[in-house]
Design a protein around this ligand. Structure first.
Ligand SMILES: Nc1nc2c(c(=O)[nH]1)N[C@H]1C(S)=C(S)[C@@H](COP(=O)(O)O)O[C@H]1N2
Ligand SMILES: [Mo]
Length: 332
């Protein structure tokens, strides 16, 4: 993401060089596929590191496959290949380059893991990784993911509704928002050690309680039927398909129910550019680029695969009622 704010931070921009190297990279991958060769080498700053290739093959999960017809849980749009999902990532804890998470996220220890649930709940407590993977009925959801930077993917997630988790801890009548925090362990997250780091770690996100309880809102533990690659937010991350990707916070260690709206990382950094709601909206441009269309991955120089962006990322039928009476140009 590009930013214009606090002077003590350096400002990463979406450089045209990055877009070029990505195209070259994707073209090379097409070539590798066509030639029937194993992917491996480095091209420019982006590579399918052997570690990343390995981590696309996590442990197999038991889950109910997505079926066509259920409101928003399924799309027949072509799913983005696993190698692209695992190698083109945003996870600033490991660096700001799209290839950095695939290179470095294996340095993060994801077992043991737990999520602490606190705040306005009758039964505060901890969920351990075992309870997270085996304590909920896992299902597949094939969702569009639309990044605020105007690229998108189609991802077959495996997970369970966030609502099922929250209900276990029994939110009190005072709970109106949900705040999430990512792990912050600087010895395993090189992006958080850097002097040019732009975020006040840990990465934080938030939802209104009704958004959090919506059936589309997923806690994901897997992709393509296997546990998540670290770079995609292992062992458990949020997926909110009608909002820009930065709301879908990765590698969650804390969830707090609150009475007041939580401060979130990107809104705090650049409130004019990244709002709390962050609903996908082709009518409201980012101050520095259009949101009317997006590059659907895989995308190449000769086939950029540019498509129109849809209101609420195509989930309006399911979620528009949550925002009735709100001015979405103001509450962006
Ligand atoms: N902790 C954390 N979560 C994060 C991010 C991040 O930098 N740190 N990036 C966000 C952004 S901008 C996007 S687009 C999605 C990307 O998810 P993916 O890399 O699995 O496709 O993760 C989101 N979750
Ligand atoms: Mo994003």
């Amino acid at each position: 993401m590009g930013l214009n704010m606090r002077k003590r931070f350096s400002i990463p921009r979406i450089a045209s060089s990055e877009i070029t190297s990505e195209s070259a990279y994707l073209k090379r991958r097409d070539f590798i596929r066509a030639a029937g060769l194993a992917a491996a080498p480095v091209v420019g700053g982006l590579s399918l590191h052997s570690e990343a290739a390995k981590s696309t093959g996590g442990a197999a999960l038991d889950y109910v496959a997505a079926t066509p017809g259920v409101g928003g849980f399924y799309t027949d749009e072509k799913a983005t290949p696993p190698g692209d999902i695992a190698s083109y990532c945003n996870f600033y804890e490991f660096g700001t380059g799209k290839g950095d998470p695939a290179h470095y996220a294996h340095e993060m220890t994801v077992d043991p893991w737990s999520i602490e649930i606190s705040g306005a709940v009758h039964k505060p407590g901890k969920l351990h990784l075992e309870d997270i993977i085996s304590g909920f009925d896992l299902e597949e959801r094939i969702y569009r993911l639309r990044c605020v930077e105007a690229w998108s993917m189609v991802v077959p997630w495996v997970g369970f509704p966030l609502a099922a988790l929250l209900q276990r801890f029994e939110p009190t009548g005072k709970a109106r928002y949900v705040e999430f925090q990512t792990l912050h362990r600087s010895d395993e997250m090189r992006g958080t050690r850097s002097y040019t780091s732009i975020i006040d770690w840990p990465y934080r996100e938030g939802l209104r309680l009704d958004e959090a309880m919506h059936p589309l809102t997923l806690m994901s533990v897997g992709v393509y039927g296997k546990t998540l690659p670290n770079q995609n937010g292992a062992p458990v991350r949020l997926v909110v398909p009608w909002k820009y990707g930065f709301k879908s916070i990765k590698s969650i260690v804390a969830i707090r129910l609150t009475e007041t709206r939580p401060a979130t990382s990107w809104e705090t950094l650049a409130p004019r550019e990244y709002g709390f709601y962050a609903n996908v909206n082709p009518q409201v441009d980012h101050p520095r680029w259009s949101q009317k269309s997006e590059r659907r991955l895989p995308s190449t120089l000769f086939n950029p695969n540019r498509i129109a962006t849809r209101m609420f990322n195509g989930y309006g039928e399911q979620v528009a009622h949550l925002y009735q009476g709100m001015d979405l140009a103001k509450s962006y």
